[in-house]
Design a protein around this ligand. Structure first.
Ligand code: SF4
Ligand code: SF4
Length: 478
């Protein structure tokens, strides 16, 4: 446990009874890390020895529990703690101590790798070949390959470069931690007299946590808590959600691109393919019609052409709205386009991470909870009865979780308002800039409202497209 600082602020988690223990007791943290590492290794092993569909354990462990349930829920609340217990980061820190500690070459030192692996390597493939990655054997092979690459790069390069530039999950956790309600920093009065900088020496990522408060940025901090174990001047505070986004900080372009591309690839595509694509008006949707047109020309084979076009439409529409909106905003504010784009683009952060909670909660009650529990029963051959779903899709009370998608839009508007006000311009210029820079948020809101309207007014329709039932299960887990 972290040596107790004489007086911790009331909102410092390290000073709180239960949370303080969870986040600061190094034996407890180590236990959790070993547990996660054990599950991770067993999940891969089980995927190889039981590659059939019967093996629901491997699938549910990786695609139900780790991603998306644990990751999205913790990222939206406590921040990047997924990285804090990640087996790759955990083992990687030890590998890197005995590694070659080379500088990563500049062509690899590019966080676009991680983001592109996620958007194209994962999402584009998932929509095109639904269910492909979730097969137990494919899951096992995929995570074996990722682990081999990660360990090799940890061995070769210093400062956890794999986490910073290559890890697809890292690109997500780094960007979205800004929406959470926690902040790792330090007590200024203690740091001002420090001569040893033990926190920085303890950090495998070569970060200086005593600069986080002033910079209003935690950079690549993975919340591993090694610095907190080394120095009791480190704080881990509960703060107002997304509070760093209301102020200035050094822009990190990849964070903005993560918000934009993840919103396109997950939030908007899901609304197209999984939302409108399952509604009575599905056949009238442009991605369905485009897919039908090209199906007459090409043989798509096993590829879900509708899923693929829904993804492409979502990306193109999202980019069009963002570029158009930011262009008009930059002209109105009389600020260069790039500065406008990256300053205001941070406002898109809540759309996926908060809006996604609606889908996540619906799925949890209607199948994820039971799927994960039954996966574990199977994986460990437990002699207990199968677990039933907590709710059915017809249960009206599930609608309470719809609040998250509207909260996400409201939250994004609020951040946009605060960030537009970071510019020095007239009130009318800011109002126009706010409207145009928010085009993606307005579109997101309109999409959700139209889905709600269609669901309320066309109960009896039956326009499900030909692939919808085929793709439904995989997307529902998205
Ligand atoms: S960045 Fe990736 S590899 Fe590193 S700790 Fe986070 S999830 Fe694990
Ligand atoms: S700053 Fe602290 S918590 Fe963050 S990565 Fe470094 S040692 Fe871990």
């Amino acid at each position: 446990m972290i040596e107790t600082k004489e007086k911790r602020d009331r909102n410092d988690i390290f000073g709180m009874p239960i949370l303080g223990f969870i986040f600061s007791n190094k034996y407890f943290i180590m236990l959790i890390r070993f547990l996660v590492l054990g599950l991770f290794a067993y999940g891969i092993y089980f995927g190889f020895v039981e590659p059939s569909k019967e093996n629901t354990f491997t699938k549910e462990l990786f695609w139900g529990l780790f991603w998306s349930l644990f990751m999205v829920v913790t990222l939206a609340t406590f921040g990047r703690i997924f990285c804090g217990i990640c087996p790759h980061g955990f083992v990687g820190k030890h590998i890197t101590k005995f590694g070659l500690n080379k500088e990563m070459p500049s062509w690899l030192k590019n966080p676009w790798w991680g983001l592109m692996l996620l958007i194209i390597g994962w999402w584009a493939v998932s929509y095109s070949l639904p269910g492909f990655y979730r097969a137990p054997l494919v899951t096992a092979i995929l995570f074996t390959a990722i682990t081999a690459v990660a360990f090799l790069l940890f061995y070769l390069y210093k400062d956890m470069s794999y986490c910073k530039y290559i890890c697809p999950i890292g690109s997500v956790t780094k960007a979205y931690h800004r929406v959470s309600s926690t902040w790792l920093g330090s007590y200024k009065e203690d740091c001002s007299e420090c001569k040893t900088f033990e926190c920085a020496s303890a950090c495998s990522y070569n970060l200086k946590p005593f600069t986080f408060n002033n910079k209003n940025s935690m950079q690549d901090c993975s919340l591993c808590m090694d610095c907190a174990s080394a120095c009791d001047a480190i704080s881990f505070k509960l703060v107002k959600p997304s509070t760093s986004l209301y102020k200035k900080f050094k822009i990190d372009k990849i964070e903005v691109w993560t918000y934009i591309l993840i919103t396109a690839a997950i939030t908007i595509t899901m609304n197209f393919h999984h939302g409108l694509g399952r509604s009575p008006v599905a056949e009238t949707m442009p991605w369905v019609q485009t897919a039908a047109y090209f199906e007459n020309i090409f043989n798509f084979g096993a590829v879900d052409s509708i899923g693929l076009f829904a993804f492409l439409y979502a990306v193109v529409i999202t980019l069009f709205l963002v570029y158009l909106g930011m262009y008009v905003a930059s002209k109105t504010l009389k600020v260069e386009f790039s500065k406008t784009f990256y300053t205001l683009g941070y406002a898109f952060a809540p759309l996926f991470i908060i809006g996604g909670l609606t889908h996540l909660m619906h799925s949890f009650f209607t199948h994820t909870y039971a799927d994960i529990a039954n996966g574990f029963i199977y994986g460990f051959s437990l002699d207990v009865a199968q677990v039933q779903n907590l709710a059915s899709r017809k249960d009206g009370w599930l609608a309470i979780f719809d609040i998250f998608k509207y909260l996400a839009a409201f939250w994004a508007f609020l951040i946009m308002y605060k960030r537009v006000n970071l510019f020095d311009a007239s009130k009318s210029a800011k109002t126009i800039a706010f409207f145009f820079a928010s085009l993606l948020i307005i579109f997101y809101l309109a999409l959700n409202l139209s889905r709600f309207y269609i669901a309320k007014t066309q109960h009896n329709g039956s326009g499900m497209h030909k692939h919808s039932s085929h793709t439904h299960q995989s997307q529902a887990r998205g």
